[in-house]
Write a new protein. Structure first.
Length: 204
């Protein structure tokens, strides 16, 4: 009789173990299913977000009739509005490329600090207004004055200053300001001249 009781207990214990294992397997499957569902939903949201960004991007670069004001700015391009006290020029079309005015080669004696005697510079000025930098533009008419004033600036330079990092960028900005002052004195809006580039810079 005792043997039968032990046998029944063993059977019950075995069944309990099987039930526990089944429950664990079911929980594991449910967990995997939930994780897969969450990953799938997250992936779908990313796709929708990407589509939304594309729509906004295309609207921003649309035909310029939106209410955000970007259309008018794009239509104006590089045209500038300025005081009527300056000479008024026909504005460039929005797609107009920049124009350049090239100065004669400038070679001056400068403060070489015992390291150099001559400073040689080639310059190109940039504007979107051909009336300023074109062959018959304002800068061409003012060429002798520009040359004189820029040479005066170059003669004041020091070798030890010009070898410092960023010195050439500062010199470019100083030259640009000199040129703008010349234009302003002759009733040309100075900011129509937008940049100057050193195409040659030699100290020897």
């Amino acid at each position: 009789m005792a043997e039968e009781v032990e046998e029944v207990k063993e059977k019950k214990g075995g069944k309990g173990l099987v039930i526990v294992l089944i429950v664990l397997v079911l929980l594991l499957l449910v967990g995997v299913g939930v994780m897969a569902y969450m990953l799938f939903m997250q992936h779908g949201d990313e796709k929708e977000g990407g589509a939304t960004e594309e729509v906004h991007g295309s609207a921003e670069h649309g035909d310029g009739h939106g209410d955000d004001g970007h259309g008018d700015e794009h239509a104006k391009g590089h045209a500038k509005e300025y005081s009527p006290k300056f000479k008024q020029f026909e504005p460039p079309p929005p797609e107009a490329p920049p124009g350049y005015f090239t100065m004669d080669k400038l070679v001056v004696n400068f403060n070489g600090d015992g390291q150099a005697k001559l400073l040689a510079v080639d310059l190109s000025f940039m504007s979107y207004y051909p009336q300023v930098v074109g062959d018959t533009g304002e800068m061409n008419n003012l060429r002798p004055i520009l040359k004189n004033d820029i040479q005066s600036l170059l003669r004041k330079q020091h070798y030890n200053d010009l070898i410092q990092p960023g010195a050439q960028d500062k010199l470019r900005e100083d030259i640009l300001q000199v040129a703008r002052k010349v234009l302003e004195k002759h009733n040309v809006y100075p900011d129509l001249l937008e940049g100057v580039y050193l195409t040659r810079f030699i100290m020897q």
